[in-house]
Design a protein around this ligand. Structure first.
Ligand SMILES: [Zn+2]
Length: 276
């Protein structure tokens, strides 16, 4: 099958549909879309993540329709060399390497999802947590780059992009998110705030339910006072950090019942991320 015949078949099966971006006709994926990251790929991403440098490349996404839903199965990671002068802070692949990989994609019938990583290294593991949390969103530059269409067979196609980062040198947790491509927001903040709200409601719901029972509310008030006194007595300077970490806890809470939307956090193994 030639690339143009394959592209045609993707449009016929409504995996790709037509849209308009900045007055131009473009093709993009049809929502809802599930993106499945296989175990091999998740392992490769963990193994090759470098906490000191930005890395990037292409995720090879094999498309199909399942129960009327677009499904992309990511079976391979292709790393492209970072030629940026400042690899600790930016990712820039060489044009010829991109062209070769795009050609390979349409010859071998997979969709190219561009990804890059953000570094999280610091000598203090506490700072690595903060870098992990603050780095798990797109920069203005990332958002601009995500608006670049891929040109194949006289067609412009907008694919979502992916942001990946692991937690410091321990790499015991990984954030994988998909943004842009006219099917997802170009940032993760909105979705994170929604999750935070949900997590807070669950936490406060549990506490207030517990507090309603018998004398529990006095334990709660007493416990709170003791906690505050301890902080004031011993860790005055640590208070802002404690509050910051408390506010960020929802990012460490994985709701086991819900399928992750737009981004997921994993410790290992495969995952399916939904773009609703
Ligand atoms: Zn970035």
């Amino acid at each position: 099958m030639t690339p143009s015949v394959w592209l045609n078949s993707l449009c016929m099966s409504k995996i790709l549909i037509e849209g308009v971006f900045k007055g131009q006709r473009v093709l993009h994926l049809q929502r809802p879309c599930d993106i499945h990251i296989t175990e091999n790929v998740s392992k490769a991403l963990f193994d090759h993540y470098e906490p000191e440098y930005e890395k990037g490349g292409i995720l090879a996404a094999y498309p199909e329709k399942r129960d009327g839903k677009t499904l992309l199965i990511i079976k391979e990671v292709i790393f492209l060399k970072n030629i940026s002068d400042n690899p600790g802070n930016s990712y820039l692949p060489a044009n010829h390497e991109i062209s070769i990989t795009l050609k390979k994609a349409f010859d071998e019938q997979f969709l190219p999802i561009t990804f890059h990583t953000h570094p999280t290294a610091h000598e203090n593991p506490m700072m690595e947590i903060i870098y992990y949390i603050s780095g798990s969103d797109t920069s203005k530059q990332d958002q601009l780059v995500s608006y670049n269409a891929v040109k194949v067979c006289n067609q412009s196609i907008l694919f979502p992009h992916s942001l990946i980062l692991a937690l410091g040198k321990s790499k015991n947790r990984m954030f994988i998110g998909f943004y842009g491509g006219l099917i997802a927001p170009v940032e993760f903040e909105t979705q994170k705030n929604e999750q935070m709200q949900k997590a807070m409601n669950i936490i406060f719901g549990n506490i207030s339910e517990w507090a309603r029972k018998g004398n529990n509310k006095w334990w709660l008030i007493g416990g709170g006072l003791v906690f505050i006194l301890l902080i004031i007595r011993y860790h005055k300077t640590a208070l802002p950090l404690i509050l910051l970490l408390a506010a960020m806890t929802p990012i460490f809470i994985n709701d086991p019942c819900a399928k992750p939307k737009y981004f997921a956090q994993l410790t290992k193994g495969q995952v399916t991320i939904e773009i609703p």
